[in-house]
Design a protein. Structure first.
Lengths: 642, 428
C-alpha cells in the first residue's frame, strides 16, 4: 500500500523522493484547523498506516494560511453532559498523543501561525518543534481561559520541555508566546524565517538529533522539587483567582504535581472541571466573544487613515492604539503643546511594549501630530474625542462634516451626550455614529458602537468593521444615556455608595464585590472614574431630583475627586489606593450591590438598547470585567432563579 | 533664458536644532520624516502619488546610507516610489531640488518631494586607519596566543583619539583647509574687518528674531521628541547677540591671529527642509496652488581655498542670462556659512578687478542692497544643517517674496570644495 493512496478528509500525506512524509492538516470548508473528533480519529488511522509501513520521518504542518492548529473543537464541549463523556474526551487525545510521542520514526511539527491548546499538545508530542519567525506565530495552552485544563499531554510535556515554572506560568495564565520566545524557552528547537522553513524542517527531522535535555535544576524541579514549585504556583494563582470561582488552575497544579500531568488518573477532577458551571460559562463567554468579533464581518470597509480630534487621555490613547494596530493616524488639538503629552504617553508605552526598534520607529512615524487638522480631509475614520461640552462638540462636528470625505466614518467618542443631540448640526445627520472606547483603551477590549434612530446602517457597519480592524470587540448599542456599560455601572456604583452611607466601610464594600468575582470594587471604581464624573453622571442618569449619596457629595464638596486628585474614597500614593483591612462582610451585601446592575441590564435589553441578553452579557463582561465565570449578569440572574 | 519653470507647490522644514556636544534628539531620517509627513498631510495627493523622493544629505549615518529611500518608505510613499540621495556638501539640498527639476523637465517625473537634511550632532567618531588595521589583525588571529600578540600591539593613543567625522567633513580634502580658514582667506583678500563680520552677525540674529515675531517662519513644523519635549523653533537664535558680546570670542580657525569666531560663523545644527516640486501637468491634475516657480539654476566651480565666493560665480551667469543687475532682483538669500564669506561675495561684485579677472565682466557688477539680502536673518542665527540649507533658503525666499508681493529672487549658496549654486525664483 502506498501512503499517498490513502484518502483522508482532513489530512493530506505526501511522501517525497527523500522518503520524508509531509502530513498536512487542512480541514475542508474551514479557515482554521481545529482538532475535532474526526481529525483525531483520522490521525489515529494515519498512525496505523504509518505503523504498517514506517516512513523515514514525518513532518506535520498546516494547509491553512491562518495558522497551525487553533486547538480542540470548542463546539464539541457543549455535548459533555455526563462524567463518562468528559473522561472519554480527555482519554482520546491523551492516548493518541502518547502514541504519537512513542513512534519509532522521527517526527516534527512545523508551526507557522497560531498553535494553541490541543494544537500545541500535538506539536509537543512530536520529537522536534520548528517555529516560523513571523508575528502571527503564537503558541500557548489557553485552556484555563475556558475553565478547563490541557489534558492531552500538555500538562505532562510542556513542563518536560521548558521546565515546570515556565510551563505552569503559561498553563495557568493561558498566555501565548511568539516564535522567538518559544525558541528562547526551549519549547521550539529552532526558529526560522518562512523562506527556509521547509528545508529546515527536512534537515532537522532527518538529523537524528535527540531533543535538548532540560538543565539539571529544571529536571530537579520537575522531579523531587515538585511540591515546592506547586506550592509557589498555588500562591501565585490565589492572588488572581479564587478556587470557588476558577477551579481549573488549581486542578492543573494538582494534576501536574500528583499525577504527572495525566488527568485520567484523577477522574473526579476531570468531572469537577469539565462539567463545572465555570467551564460552561467560560465556554459561553468564548462564543459571545466570537459573536462580537463577527460584527466586524458585515462590511469590507478597511481604514487606512484615522483622524482623532482631542489629544486628552481618551483621544490620545485612541490615536496611539490605532497607530499600534497599523493605521496612519493624525492627532489634532489646539497647538502642539496639547498634543505632545499624548505623544509622550504613547512613546513611553511603546518603549516598554515594543521590543523591535524599527517597529517602534514605524509606530512613531505613523502617529502624526496635526495641530491644524489637515488629516481630517483624507481620513477614512474621523473620531471626535474632545471634552463633553455639547456646544463645542456640535461646532466641531459641523466643521468636520464640511471638511471630511463624504464616505468617511464620522464618529463621536462621547459617553454622556446622545447622538440625537449632536447629529442635527450635520448636513447628513444620519452619518454620525458613536464609537465609544473605555479607559484605558489598550486594556479594555470592548468598544460600543452607537447608532440612533435613522443612523445610516452602512456607517454603523463600517464602524463595526473598523473596531474589529483595531482588534477591539464591537458591541452595537442604541443611543441612550450611558449606552450599555456606563448605564449598568451607574446604579451599581450608586448602591455601593448608599451602602457606605449606611455605615459600611468602603474597604468592606469593595471586598464583598471582589469576593463576588469583580476585578475591582465599586468604590475604587468611583475613585478611578472620578467623583466629579460620578456626580455629573448621577445627575444625568438619575435625574436632577435624585439626591446623590452623602458620602459622594461630601467628598466632592471637599474637592476630593478620586485617584486623579490623589484623594477620594481612598488616599492614593503613587497611583495605589491605601486600603485598610476589610471588615466582616454582612450577609447578602454582594447580592444587594449587584442587584441594581442586573436589573438595569435586563431593562436595557427590554428597551432594545442592546439587541439580546447574550449581547448584554458580552457587553457587561468585556466592558466592566463583570465576573466572567458567571457567564454575565443575565446568565447569572437566570442561574439564580433556575 | 533659463528653462521651462518648475513649480514649487509647498514646503516645510523642522526647527534647526543647535548641536550641543552630544547627539541631538533626532537622527537625520527622523528630522526628514517629521517635517515631510506634516507637509504631505496637507496635500491633495497621497504620498504614494509622488513620482520620486530626492534628499540631499552631506553626512547620512551608516544605518541610513541611502537616506532618501529610507525616508520615502518611512513617509508612507510605498514600495513603488523611488527614493535617492544626493550629495554636494553644503548644497546637497539645493542639488536635490535641481535633480528634481531635471527629471521634471525631462518628463520622467511630474511630482517630486525634494529637500535636504543633516544631523551634524550625530556625526560619527571614526577609528583611525591604524586602529582599523589593528582590528583587522585581531579578526584574523585564530589562537589565543595570536590574539594576545595582536592585543599587545594595541596603542591606547590610537584607540582614544578617534577621528572626528564632523571635522573631516568641514576640512577641504584637496587643499587641506578648514572651511573657516577659507573664509579667513576672503577676509584677508577683501579687507573685511572683525567688526564688520560681528555687526553682520548681530544683524542676522536681530532679523531672525524680528522675522519670527512677524510670523515669517511659518515654514517650521514643530518637533516632539520621545520624551514629549516640544521644539517649536530654531534654537540657536540669540536675543542677546551684541557687538560687545561677539567681540569677546576668540578666533577659532586661525587661532589667535584670525578673525573668524564661532559667533560670526554659521552654527553646527540638525535640521531638514522639504519642497514639493511639480510640472505644469501635475499642477493641473491635482489643482495645486503653487507658491512660485524655479526659473533657472546654475552650478559653478572655483578655487577651493576661496569656496565662499561660490554664490558670486553661480548667480552671475543667471543674472547675465536674464539681463538682470544685482538690484533688479527683489530679494536675495545668500547662505551665511560665515559673515566674512557673505561680505566677501558683496565685495567681489563691487570689485572691478575681481569681476574682470574671474567673472569675465567688463567691470564691477555693482552693489547688492543689503536691505534685500537675507531679510529674515540667515544661517549665522538659524543654523546651517549642511544638507538642508540649500532647500531652506529657496523655501524661505519664496515666502519672503510673496509677503513682499515681489516677483523675483535669487537663492545662492557656497559649497565646501570650491563650488557655488544658485537658483532664480519667481512668484506666480
Amino acid at each position: 500500500m502506498h501512503m499517498k493512496d490513502r484518502i483522508y478528509t482532513n489530512w493530506r500525506c505526501e511522501i517525497g523522493a527523500d522518503g520524508l512524509a509531509w502530513v498536512t492538516l487542512d480541514k475542508p470548508g474551514e479557515s482554521t484547523n481545529s482538532l475535532s473528533s474526526s481529525v483525531i480519529d483520522e490521525l489515529a488511522r494515519l498512525l496505523d498506516d504509518f505503523e504498517s509501513q514506517p516512513p523515514k520521518a514525518v513532518i506535520f504542518r498546516s494547509g491553512k494560511a491562518a495558522g497551525f492548529i487553533a486547538g480542540a473543537d470548542i463546539g464539541e464541549f457543549s455535548g459533555l453532559d455526563t462524567a463518562e463523556k468528559g473522561i472519554e474526551l480527555v482519554g482520546r487525545g491523551w492516548h493518541l498523543f502518547n502514541r504519537l510521542a512513542s513512534v519509532s520514526y522521527p517526527t516534527l511539527a512545523l508551526v507557522r501561525g497560531h498553535c494553541l491548546g490541543g494544537g500545541l499538545e500535538l506539536a509537543l508530542a512530536c520529537r522536534h518543534l520548528l517555529v516560523v519567525d513571523e508575528p502571527s506565530t503564537r503558541l500557548g495552552l489557553p485552556e484555563v481561559m475556558l475553565g478547563i485544563f490541557p489534558g492531552w499531554g500538555g500538562m505532562l510535556r510542556l513542563p518536560e520541555r521548558i521546565g515546570p515554572q515556565a510551563a505552569l506560568d503559561l498553563m495557568l495564565t493561558g498566555r501565548t508566546i511568539d516564535a522567538r520566545k518559544a525558541k528562547r524557552l526551549g519549547l521550539a528547537d529552532e526558529c526560522v524565517p518562512p523562506r527556509v522553513m521547509d528545508s529546515a524542517a527536512a534537515q532537522l527531522v532527518s538529523s537524528g538529533q535527540a531533543r535538548r535535555r532540560l538543565p539539571l535544576l529544571q529536571r530537579l524541579l520537575d522531579g523531587p522539587g515538585r511540591a515546592l514549585v506547586a506550592s509557589g504556583a498555588r500562591k501565585q494563582v490565589a492572588r488572581r483567582a479564587r478556587i470557588e470561582h476558577y477551579p481549573a488552575p488549581y486542578a492543573i497544579i494538582d494534576i501536574w504535581e500528583r499525577h504527572r500531568g495525566n488527568a485520567l488518573a484523577a477522574p473526579e477532577l476531570i468531572d469537577g472541571i469539565v462539567r463545572s458551571p465555570t467551564a460552561r460559562n467560560l465556554v459561553r463567554v468564548f462564543f459571545l466573544q466570537e459573536r462580537l468579533k463577527a460584527f466586524g464581518k458585515g462590511s469590507s470597509f478597511e481604514a487606512k487613515r484615522v483622524h482623532v480630534v482631542g489629544a486628552g487621555v481618551m483621544g490620545g490613547d485612541i490615536a496611539a492604539w490605532c497607530a499600534q494596530r497599523g493605521l496612519t493616524v493624525t492627532l489634532q488639538d489646539q497647538g502642539i503643546e496639547r498634543i505632545a503629552p499624548a505623544l509622550k504617553r504613547a512613546y513611553s508605552v511603546w518603549g516598554q511594549r515594543i521590543r523591535d526598534e524599527r517597529e517602534r520607529r514605524a509606530l512613531i512615524d505613523r502617529l502624526i501630530p496635526d495641530p491644524e487638522g489637515h488629516g481630517a480631509r483624507i481620513a477614512d475614520v474621523v473620531i471626535e474625542a474632545i471634552s463633553e461640552d455639547l456646544e463645542a462638540k456640535r461646532a466641531l462636528l459641523a466643521r468636520l462634516d464640511g471638511e471630511i470625505r463624504p464616505d468617511a466614518v464620522l464618529a463621536t467618542n462621547t459617553s454622556s451626550l446622545s447622538i440625537e443631540e449632536l447629529s442635527p448640526v450635520l448636513a447628513r445627520p444620519e452619518r454620525l455614529v458613536g464609537i465609544h472606547f473605555f479607559n484605558p483603551v489598550a486594556r479594555m477590549p470592548l468598544v460600543e458602537v452607537v447608532s440612533a434612530e435613522g443612523t445610516d446602517p452602512e456607517m454603523t457597519q463600517r464602524s463595526l468593521a473598523f473596531v474589529r480592524q483595531i482588534d477591539r470587540l464591537p458591541l452595537p448599542v442604541r443611543s441612550a444615556p450611558g449606552f450599555l456599560v456606563n448605564a449598568v455601572l451607574g446604579p451599581y456604583m450608586l448602591e455601593a455608595m448608599r451602602a457606605v452611607d449606611d455605615g459600611i466601610a468602603p474597604e468592606t464594600v469593595d471586598e464583598a464585590m471582589r469576593a463576588f468575582g469583580m476585578p475591582m470594587g465599586p468604590i475604587e471604581l468611583v475613585d478611578m472614574v472620578g467623583l466629579d464624573v460620578a456626580m455629573a453622571a448621577g445627575r444625568s442618569l438619575a435625574g436632577k431630583t435624585a439626591e446623590p449619596p452623602r458620602c459622594l457629595a461630601e467628598r466632592f464638596a471637599a474637592g476630593h475627586l478620586g485617584k486623579k486628585s490623589g484623594k477620594g474614597f481612598y488616599d492614593y500614593t503613587s497611583g495605589r489606593a491605601n486600603k485598610a483591612a476589610a471588615g466582616a462582610i454582612p450577609a447578602g451585601l454582594a447580592e444587594r450591590l449587584v442587584r441594581p446592575l442586573l436589573e438595569r441590564t435586563q431593562q436595557l435589553v427590554d428597551r432594545g438598547i442592546v439587541a439580546d441578553t447574550d449581547l448584554a452579557d458580552a457587553g457587561v463582561i468585556f466592558g466592566t470585567g463583570f465576573a466572567p465565570f458567571t457567564g454575565g449578569p443575565l446568565n447569572y440572574l437566570r442561574s439564580q432563579h433556575g | 533664458m533659463g528653462f521651462e519653470p518648475v513649480y514649487v507647490v509647498d514646503g516645510a522644514r523642522t526647527p534647526f536644532l543647535k548641536g550641543r556636544n552630544a547627539p541631538g534628539p533626532f537622527a537625520a531620517s527622523d528630522l526628514a520624516v517629521h517635517a515631510g509627513r506634516a507637509l504631505l498631510i496637507r496635500q491633495p495627493f497621497a504620498p504614494t502619488d509622488l513620482d520620486e523622493v530626492i534628499l540631499g544629505c552631506a553626512s547620512p549615518s551608516p544605518d541610513e546610507v541611502n537616506i532618501g529611500r529610507v525616508v520615502a518608505l518611512r513617509l508612507g510613499c510605498g514600495h513603488k516610489v523611488p527614493g535617492w540621495t544626493v550629495m554636494r556638501n553644503c548644497a546637497s539640498g539645493m542639488q536635490a531640488l535641481d535633480s528634481a527639476i531635471v527629471n521634471i523637465r525631462s518628463g520622467r517625473s511630474q511630482l517630486v518631494l525634494a529637500g535636504g537634511v543633516d544631523a551634524l550632532s550625530h556625526a560619527p567618531l571614526l577609528y583611525s586607519p591604524a586602529m582599523v588595521r589593528w582590528f583587522a589583525q585581531m579578526m584574523q588571529a585564530k589562537t589565543i596566543g595570536q590574539k594576545a600578540g595582536v592585543f599587545a600591539k594595541l596603542r591606547p593613543a590610537a584607540l582614544f583619539s578617534p577621528v572626528i567625522g564632523l571635522l573631516k567633513g568641514l576640512t577641504d580634502p584637496v587643499v587641506g583647509l578648514l572651511m573657516g580658514q577659507t573664509a579667513e582667506n576672503l577676509a584677508w583678500r577683501f579687507g573685511i574687518s572683525r567688526e564688520a563680520m560681528d555687526a553682520f552677525s548681530v544683524r542676522s540674529h536681530q532679523r531672525a528674531l524680528a522675522g519670527r515675531a512677524a510670523g515669517h517662519y511659518a515654514e517650521i513644523v514643530p518637533l516632539v521628541d520621545t520624551q514629549g519635549r516640544v521644539y517649536p523653533e530654531d534654537d540657536g537664535v540669540r536675543a542677546d547677540s551684541s557687538l560687545a558680546g561677539l567681540a569677546k570670542l576668540k578666533p577659532f580657525f586661525d587661532r589667535r591671529y584670525g578673525k573668524i569666531t564661532p559667533g560670526n560663523s554659521s552654527q553646527i545644527t540638525d535640521g531638514a527642509a522639504w519642497l514639493i516640486l511639480a510640472s505644469q501637468a501635475a499642477v493641473d491634475r491635482w489643482r495645486l496652488e503653487p507658491l512660485g516657480r524655479i526659473s533657472d539654476s546654475e552650478w559653478a566651480g572655483l578655487d577651493p581655498a576661496q569656496m565662499g565666493l561660490g554664490p558670486v560665480h553661480a548667480a552671475t551667469p543667471i543674472l547675465g542670462r536674464h539681463g538682470l543687475g544685482l538690484a533688479d532682483v527683489d530679494l536675495w538669500e545668500i547662505n551665511e556659512a560665515f559673515a566674512a564669506q557673505v561680505l566677501g561675495c558683496l565685495a567681489a561684485w563691487e570689485s572691478d578687478e575681481y569681476c574682470r579677472e574671474n567673472l569675465g565682466l567688463p567691470a564691477a557688477l555693482g552693489s547688492l542692497p543689503q536691505d534685500r539680502l537675507n531679510v529674515d536673518g540667515g544661517a549665522i542665527a538659524v543654523g546651517h544643517p549642511v544638507g538642508a540649507s540649500g532647500a531652506r533658503i529657496v523655501l524661505h525666499l519664496l515666502h519672503a517674496l510673496r509677503r513682499a508681493k515681489a516677483r523675483r529672487g535669487i537663492a545662492a549658496i557656497c559649497i565646501g570644495g570650491g563650488q557655488g549654486g544658485a537658483m532664480l525664483i519667481e512668484t506666480v
